[in-house]
Design a protein around this ligand. Structure first.
Ligand SMILES: N[C@@H](CCC(=O)N[C@@H](CS)C(=O)NCC(=O)O)C(=O)O
Length: 365
């Protein structure tokens, strides 16, 4: 039996017992034997090659597990529509498959719910500030597609605290979401540097931010993208700073369940198409100029040569659809996080490898 199947059965078994899920915001280690009593009848754990695309085509839209608490990445805008960097990557899939970026339904998921929703087939893909770790990749039965946002865990403090480094947090009360790797990373780093601190646990990020704003804690920690996102919505954003230090590596990207390599490949190559387009200088604005190009690399990317889309089970023009409707990586980044947004987030590692970052697409051939 596949691992994903075993894990799903185990989670189901826990639920039936009225137990709590052991998947947390990040610390989702399965702490008991996944071989434990399993239910052989659940269909959702039997995802097979090709199932996901067939289901999506039949349904007519893609179901994306997302976030609704993270401005810039995934949130409901004032028109009641989901918007953000992660949401746009969901739209790239709808564009590639249906030539319609709006053919998605976003299901907002808490940190605790997200992996179960993926395993049970409630969502086709999880695109929600989710970190790629070995434990999740293997024991939770998920496959991580290319990282769309290289992040690291950070700490926010009030500027008037005078604190500028980890060492100066000695004795501080630090807020963190319960059951997360955020929590374990914090413990790891402070142990490494011999800093003592008081950990204050919260159930969700709204509660942490509330406690921080009201002065009940001295600092709070999560992915730096999360800190930047929430800082922008604080009453006085410039009265807070994010410390330079990174407590961890947090590569965030779309995730699919084990068992359907075709779908894994589709999500992988649709995501990569945004990066390849940026490398080739193709944008939603200028894509028509590249039609009929004599460059074989461009021709293959645009589906004018070869059968790359067909190999994936989708249209050969999938990359054209993605770039036309949603844009290349830079357009997606700038629209949601760039200089014209309240976040004005430097691309850093998320720049192309040719511009000092680490983004790089394998060849489209
Ligand atoms: N990248 C980390 C953290 C992701 C995460 O879920 N962050 C929390 C803050 S720790 C969040 O987005 N919370 C919003 C919510 O509670 O809905 C992970 O994959 O575990």
């Amino acid at each position: 039996m596949r691992n994903s199947k075993r894990i799903f059965k185990f989670l189901l078994w826990l639920t039936l017992l009225g137990g709590i899920f052991l998947v947390g915001c990040a610390d989702d280690t399965i702490s008991a034997d996944p071989e434990t009593d399993v239910d052989e009848t659940d269909p959702a754990s039997d995802t097979e090659e090709g199932d996901t695309l067939a289901t999506i085509l039949d349904r007519g839209y893609v179901i994306v597990g997302g976030n609704n608490q993270l401005p810039g990445f995934g949130y409901l805008n004032s028109d009641g529509e989901y918007e953000g960097f992660d949401i746009d990557f969901g739209k790239t899939l709808a564009a590639a498959i249906f030539d319609d970026p709006e053919a998605i339904e976003v299901r907002p998921l808490s940190a605790q719910e997200r992996f179960t929703a993926l395993q049970t087939g409630e969502v086709d893909v999880l695109i929600r500030n989710t970190t790629w770790t070995l434990d999740r990749d293997v024991a939770l039965g998920t496959n991580f597609t290319p990282t769309t946002f290289y992040d690291g865990q950070g700490i926010m403090v009030r500027s008037d605290s005078g604190i500028t480094s980890l060492e100066e947090l000695e004795g501080a009360r630090i807020g963190v979401e319960t059951g997360t790797t955020t929590e374990s990373n914090l413990a790891d780093q402070f142990r490494k540097y011999g800093i003592t601190y008081e950990q204050v646990l919260f159930d969700d990020s709204d509660a942490v931010v509330e406690a921080y704003e009201s002065g009940n804690i001295d600092a709070w920690t999560t992915d730096k993208s999360g800190l930047v996102s929430r800082q922008a919505t604080l009453a006085n954003p410039d009265q807070h700073i994010i410390l330079e230090e990174n407590l961890s590596k947090e590569p965030l990207g779309p995730t699919v369940r084990h068992g359907d390599d075709q779908w894994f490949d589709i999500v992988k190559w649709v995501t990569l198409a945004t990066i390849e387009a940026e490398e080739l200088g193709i944008t939603s604005e200028n894509i028509e100029d590249f039609l009929g190009s004599e460059d074989p690399v461009v021709r293959r990317f645009m589906g004018e040569e070869g059968e790359l889309g067909q190999m994936l089970g989708i249209d050969d023009e999938f990359a054209i659809r993605v770039i036309t409707h949603v844009g290349n990586y830079q357009e997606i980044y700038d629209r949601n996080l760039g200089p014209d947004t309240i976040f004005n987030l430097d691309r850093g590692l998320n720049d192309l490898y040719t511009d000092g970052g680490i983004l790089y697409s394998p060849p489209f051939r």
